[in-house]
Write a protein that binds this ligand. Structure first.
Ligand code: FES
Length: 157
């Protein structure tokens, strides 16, 4: 689990200013902001639009296009479940539904105790070993409910 800094607009502005010279600066800036604060704060749209001379709509489009950028602080552990075709073909959809039922969360949701956030992702490069997942960035192949519970138990130990 990552330790994140509390949101601070001045700190965010410095992070942005340090990276405006990069080619295709929006993505590295957004990753740096999310790595620092744990999520993309609503004010980032305006800050980034001003810094990169883009419209707010363009920045908003970029943020929402990439599933990796999240608008809320995640739980202490993040489970990413692959929803792409190869994993679907080996039963990922039904498995995901059971997992979300067990945890009591919707996609992008966090369990009531703040422990686990569940996110959809689209291909983790483990297509031959699906269903695939990441638990706090650790890959899990041939996912089952039991394997996920084991990985979460390890992550919280
Ligand atoms: S389709 Fe799931 S890892 Fe590629």
């Amino acid at each position: 689990m990552a330790d994140y800094e509390a949101w601070d607009a001045d700190r965010a502005a410095r992070i942005i200013a340090e990276r405006t010279h990069l080619e295709g600066a929006a993505l590295p800036i957004l990753h740096a902001l999310q790595d620092t604060f744990g999520f993309i704060h609503a004010d980032v749209t305006e800050l980034l639009a001003q810094a990169l001379n883009l419209s707010r709509a363009e920045v908003h489009g970029t943020i929402t296009f990439y599933h990796d950028f999240r608008p809320h602080l995640p739980g202490r552990h993040v489970v990413k479940l692959c929803r792409a075709e190869a994993c679907q073909s080996v039963g990922a959809d039904a498995l995901h539904e059971r997992i979300r039922q067990i945890l009591g969360v919707e996609w992008h949701g966090t369990t009531g105790d703040g422990a686990v956030t569940v996110l959809p992702v689209f291909c983790l490069g483990l297509c031959a070993c699906g269903p695939a997942a990441l638990v706090d960035e650790r890959p899990l192949a041939r996912l089952t409910e039991q394997r996920l519970q084991g990985a979460l138990a390890e992550a919280t130990a």
